[in-house]
Design a protein around this ligand. Structure first.
Ligand code: MTE
Ligand code: MO
Length: 406
């Protein structure tokens, strides 16, 4: 057998294995042609996601949940949204994974192996809400470029790791420290190794909070690769872009970090409200910090049919960035009147809170159920779209579902 034929035979055998059944006309597949089934990796299998998750982009991979998928108190990985700015790291070697601390404001550079991080520092576990700054972007007008998130770019998983504060104290930081920046192992879309897809972070004050973790576990297991394995920064309550995945370097900066996606209109909004479509000067844009108050009805699924005379028990979650949610209400008359929901305290700071209510409908027909949360400073969600901004961030409008009483 000549070499050419041999290669063809072995690849056909390999492809048959991957397809999972006989490729009937396999012998006539053009050379170096990849069957469609193998060209399009199934993202649900690839990332272990539920089939009801919605793919928004495949280069890079971005995927969101639907409201009813987020019904669990702690979000399981299969319902957790994916937001990537670049390509997922390849060939992650955890035995040689090193976290380096550097920057203008560390007393000396220092490196830790994963094993050292886990064994030298105390472990802490918190439920932490992570919401993409662009969640709700699809509603803005004029529309904003980027992934057209509806309501599903939010999660609240249970994260376990070491406190970032403990590491910063071990390294020693100078008095002039301003910002903690992350650098990570993901790959720029251009595959240029000199370019980073994203490098953001948090001000030192947020870095030093009890709940800010360098996490190595999610929901009691290793972090799934797509969510940051083996090491991830988790800064709950802030736009999730501050929570670097695949972190291998942390820089303590003596100025506001200036990495990719820190400037321009990235994760920044006009410091003062502007008219829709306005051009905003760079110096009038402010970095998004704590996320605004928001809520989600996770049961029932929009479109539910309710039998006349039966009460409907709705439930959902509410969160308010750095603040606590103090009130959750619902309306079945398009916002004319509001009734209180039962609202639970958060299990820990920065975890979303659960609400529920028992609803009586006056008669048969179509209804909408609107939910509205209010934070500890008395600020409520707007019923409709809030302030326009160039990239479509911070849409915290009330969530609404439709039901029919039949
Ligand atoms: N290294 C790295 N970290 C990252 C990102 C990224 O592209 N690369 N995306 C950020 C953004 S914009 C969001 S919203 C969250 C998404 O986290 P998830 O995919 O685990 O839900 O990760 C953040 N951390
Ligand atoms: Mo994001």
């Amino acid at each position: 057998m000549n070499r050419r034929k041999f290669v063809k035979k072995t690849t056909l055998a390999a492809m048959t294995g991957m397809v999972g059944c006989d490729i009937v006309f396999g012998s006539v597949i053009p050379e170096s042609y990849v069957p469609l089934l193998l060209q399009d990796p199934d993202p649900f299998k690839l990332f272990d996601k539920d089939k009801e998750m919605v793919v928004l982009n495949d280069k890079p991979w971005n995927m969101e949940a639907q409201a009813h998928l987020l019904d669990d108190r702690i979000t399981p990985s299969k319902y957790m949204f994916i937001r990537n700015n670049g390509l997922i790291p390849e060939d992650t070697d955890i035995t040689n994974w090193v976290l380096t601390l550097d920057g203008e404001s560390v007393k000396r550079n220092k490196s830790y192996s994963l094993q050292e991080l886990k064994s030298r520092f105390r472990h802490h576990t918190y439920q932490l809400t992570l919401e993409c700054g662009g969640n709700g972007r699809s509603e803005f007008n004029p529309p904003a470029k980027g992934n057209q998130w509806t309501i599903g770019a939010v999660s609240c998983a249970e994260w376990t790791g070491v406190r970032l504060r403990d590491i910063l104290e071990d390294v020693g930081i100078k008095d002039d420290a301003v910002y903690l920046a992350y650098h990570a192992a993901d790959i720029h879309l251009s595959r240029n190794p000199k370019k980073e897809p994203i490098s953001r972070g948090v001000p030192i004050g947020k870095a030093m909070q009890e709940e800010t973790l360098l996490a190595f576990a999610m929901n009691g297991k290793d972090i799934p690769l797509v969510h940051g394995y083996p090491l991830r920064l988790v800064a709950g309550g802030w736009p999730a872009s501050a929570s670097g995945k695949w972190v291998d370097r942390l820089s303590v900066r003596n100025q506001v970090h200036d990495g990719p996606k820190m400037g321009g209109s990235s994760y920044r909004v006009p410091c003062n409200p502007v008219a829709p479509g306005a051009k905003v000067a760079d110096e009038d844009m402010c970095i998004i910090e704590s996320m605004p108050v928001k809520s989600l009805i996770t049961y029932p699924k929009s479109g539910a049919m309710i039998s006349e005379g039966k009460k409907l028990n709705i439930r959902g979650h509410a969160w308010a960035g750095e603040l606590e949610v103090k009130k959750a209400e619902y309306s079945i008359d398009f916002g004319s009147t509001w009734k209180a929901c039962d609202l639970e305290k958060p299990v820990n700071r920065l975890a979303w809170q659960h609400f529920s209510a028992n609803i009586d409908f006056p008669k048969k027909g179509y209804y909408e159920i609107w939910a509205r949360a209010t934070d500890s400073k008395g600020v409520s969600q707007p019923m409709l779209l809030p302030g326009w901004n160039p990239k479509g961030y911070l849409n915290n409008a009330c969530h609404r579902i439709a039901v029919k009483v039949v």
